[in-house]
Design a protein around this ligand. Structure first.
Ligand SMILES: [Zn+2]
Length: 198
């Protein structure tokens, strides 16, 4: 059994992926690359050349977006049925005093690739990395059919009420990852252990 990475660890990984891409875009290493990477990590407006942006569905480290903010590509490019379901859930969670945000929604293939590349560095092999980050061709984030929900109390709320909206946790190791997998009110399918097992 392995423990779940913390949310901050996941955010750090995302930032690391962005830094890797920024460094790549800057060509050879050195201060310029480092500075650009740092700028990308902090989400500064002076973003790195070729860096990932909100247009890729990228949500900077430590930030999240409202599930109602359709103007953000991470939300606007979600499958409309999923978006409607998560918005309804967020509304009802708010009625219970729980604020629900989206840490990651739709992702471009470029962003998904960057996340996978970074995970391979972090975990040392593609096989291990794939337990946490899917390929651009297989990721349900890229097809707009998945959302990573936060903070933790919102994840807990969804684990209790998600199926009322058709929303189910899919992977045992990712308590934040939800997809629209059943008809509202139906029982969620048994979770698969991780993203590489599906
Ligand atoms: Zn996810």
């Amino acid at each position: 059994m392995r423990s779940q990475p913390s949310r901050s660890t996941r955010l750090w990984r995302a930032a690391g992926a962005l830094a890797a891409v920024a460094a790549l875009a800057a060509g050879a290493g050195g201060c310029a690359a480092a500075n650009r990477a740092r700028s990308a990590i902090t989400g500064s407006p002076a973003r790195a050349d070729g860096g990932l942006t909100a247009a890729d569905g990228y949500i900077p480290d430590g930030q999240s977006v409202s599930p109602f903010d359709d103007s953000v590509p991470a939300i606007g490019k979600l499958d409309p049925a999923l978006r409607t379901a998560i918005q309804q859930a967020a509304k009802d969670a708010a009625g219970d005093g729980v604020t629900m945000v989206i840490d990651s929604g739709w992702r471009s293939k470029r962003l998904q690739k960057a996340l996978l590349d970074q995970a391979i560095v972090t975990y040392g092999s593609e096989q291990e990395a794939r337990k946490w980050v899917n390929t651009p061709d297989k990721s349900t984030h890229v097809s707009g059919k998945a959302v990573d929900v936060g903070p933790t109390d919102a994840d807990s709320w969804l684990s209790q009420h998600g199926n009322d909206y058709g929303l189910c946790q899919v992977y045992t190791n990712e308590m934040w990852h939800y997809e629209l997998t059943v008809a509202p009110g139906d029982t969620c399918p048994v979770q698969v252990s991780n993203a590489s097992a599906g």
